[in-house]
Design a protein around this ligand. Structure first.
Ligand SMILES: [Zn+2]
Length: 149
């Protein structure tokens, strides 16, 4: 780790920078001449700290690298249609007490016994809340896309 305590090194950097060398070029030259590891970032931080004039250096990024801000905005998430509230744990029932039409969503890790949601399951094994949870968020198309990744 360079401390830049060596004035000669600092002067050399300023000279090289003044000659219009890029930060990576300055770093490489100073590293070789002084036998120390100098990174491009440390050169840039020195330039900044010393208030040396900044330049546009190095490769120019192609315009295609930058997308317009509008293209980077994440798409608004579709609003859930009337999200069902999570059923109260007061409905929780053990596996043996689970009756037909009760939500089978497991609420614990099975110790000492499995407890299930137990709320009314209108269609399928789960109540509306847990049916939605079992499918995950997003539209049918978004979920299908996630599965193909
Ligand atoms: Zn449930």
């Amino acid at each position: 780790m360079s401390t830049w305590s060596d004035d000669a090194r600092a002067d050399r950097l300023k000279v090289l920078w003044g000659q219009g060398k890029s930060a990576s070029e300055v770093a490489r030259i100073v590293s070789v001449e002084f036998g120390v590891a100098v990174t491009r970032n440390s050169v840039l931080s020195r330039v900044h700290r010393w208030g040396l004039p900044l330049r546009i250096t190095g490769r120019k990024r192609s315009a295609s690298t930058f997308l317009p801000a509008s293209a980077q905005q994440p798409k608004a998430k579709p609003l859930p249609t009337t999200p069902a509230p999570e059923p109260s744990a007061e409905f929780a029932v053990s596996t043996l007490d689970l009756a037909p039409g009760q939500c089978k969503w497991p609420l614990n890790d099975g110790r000492p016994q499995w407890l299930h949601c137990g709320a009314q399951a209108d269609d399928g094994p789960y109540c509306e809340f847990h049916a939605r949870k079992s499918r995950g968020a997003g539209s049918l198309g978004e979920r299908a896309a996630a599965l193909t990744r």
